[in-house]
Ligand binder design. Structure first.
Ligand SMILES: *[C@@H]1O[C@H](CO)[C@@H](O)[C@H](O)[C@H]1NC(C)=O
Length: 165
């Protein structure tokens, strides 16, 4: 009887340590952004940028700043998909917007994840999916702009070249 418990305990320990050390299984990315402008303005910038980059036209000079598709949008939550123009990989992206300092500032949590479960290395594509929208809409130049992320939160973040991906 005791040996059964012992085996279960070992299995649980092995299982949980694998979860802890493996890092993200999918290539994915989570970024926190802070802006010194109201969420309404951030929301309008992001939605209009997604719409500007809906067609293949914005990729004729290269890069992957095209084929975004808005799924749903409110001032609290924006959800979209991004398809890469050549490999046709599909990514789910979303932004959660939370006001702070009496609605004068906005905290945005961005998330991108590949729909393909085996895409573990992504050359920073998940990061660029999000960053290109923030940069393209001019939000990187806005008052109080601050970004918080890491290579753990974003697969291959530090080697990402968002001109290419
Ligand atoms: C990113 O890629 C572009 C196009 O290939 C290149 O011109 C640029 O130098 C690269 N940037 C970095 C930081 O590697």
């Amino acid at each position: 009887m005791h040996s059964v418990y012992w085996i279960i305990a070992v299995l649980l320990a092995v299982g949980s340590s694998e979860i802890c050390y493996a890092g993200p299984l999918h290539a994915q990315c989570k970024v926190e952004w802070y802006f010194g402008i109201p969420c309404q303005a951030v929301y309008e910038s992001l939605v209009s940028q997604i719409k500007k980059w809906e067609t293949m036209a914005s990729c004729t000079m290269g890069g992957e700043k095209c084929l975004y598709k808005l799924h749903s949008a409110s001032v609290h939550f924006i959800s979209a998909k991004h398809t890469t123009p050549f490999k046709k990989n599909v990514y789910d992206i979303n932004f959660r917007l939370v006001s702070f300092h009496f609605y004068t500032c906005c905290h945005v949590s961005g998330m991108s994840i590949s729909e393909t479960w085996y895409a573990i290395k992504d050359h920073g594509t998940n990061y660029c999916n999000l960053y290109n929208l923030i940069e393209g809409s001019g939000l990187t130049e806005s008052r109080g702009y601050k970004e918080v992320t890491s290579d753990f939160l974003c697969t291959q973040r530090s080697s990402a070249n968002c001109t290419v991906y």
